[in-house]
Design a protein. Sequence first.
Length: 250
Amino acid sequence: MEEQDYATTYRLEDRNWWFAGMRDLCLDQVRRAGRAGPDRRILDVGCGTGRNLEALEPLAPATGLDLSGTALAFCRSRGCPRLLQGRGEVLPLPDASVDVVTAIGVVEHIEADADAVREWRRVLAPDGQLVLLTSAYRFLWSGHDVSNHHVRRYRAGEVRALLEDAGLVDVRVTYANTALFPGIALVRLLQRFRRRGAEPPPHKDTGEVPGWLNRALTVLLSWETALVRRWDLPFGVSILAEGRSPSAPA
């Protein structure tokens, strides 16, 4: 992310449909897994300006990690008490030191993605939980990816392989943001056709929208969160994945 974009993210994160919907989707996975609590520890990798970290704190003491000092300054302005500066693929934490790792919109930024997921697995205590959200389908590549310095977009099978190769078990992978996928896919494919193979110019897809539309999209994503509790969705703009570190041997 560009340094100047953190102020925009900080302003939008509370109410923007995309930020709120993806945050609720991931937090729902943490709540339902039953691994949170006052005696547990959460690490939010790539915590950005801290809104997700703020939402995690009531579930368990939560630590945020980000490479950007600007991002961490915004976290401090929210009152987030536990912050670390560092890279997502080289965590300044000992083995088996946290119970939940969240990585919301992070892995697509990291060149060495397999190393990063192995590192997240390393710091998980036995029977710990990883919740990961990332971007789906290479053909959806757009100026938004360029602007946010994404390295790649994924298919569900690729995300599953990342988690399983890192040693996580009981892996679940589902697409998300499914209802909007047909319209977004059509627009992206038309843009790709017009570019004739050229790299898309950078731009942001997340921004201010009219209040009525923001409310409608927020409700739509809340319905999808309810669906994901029971079913894996077959396609979508995003991918949600969850895995567990093995229990300690008897």
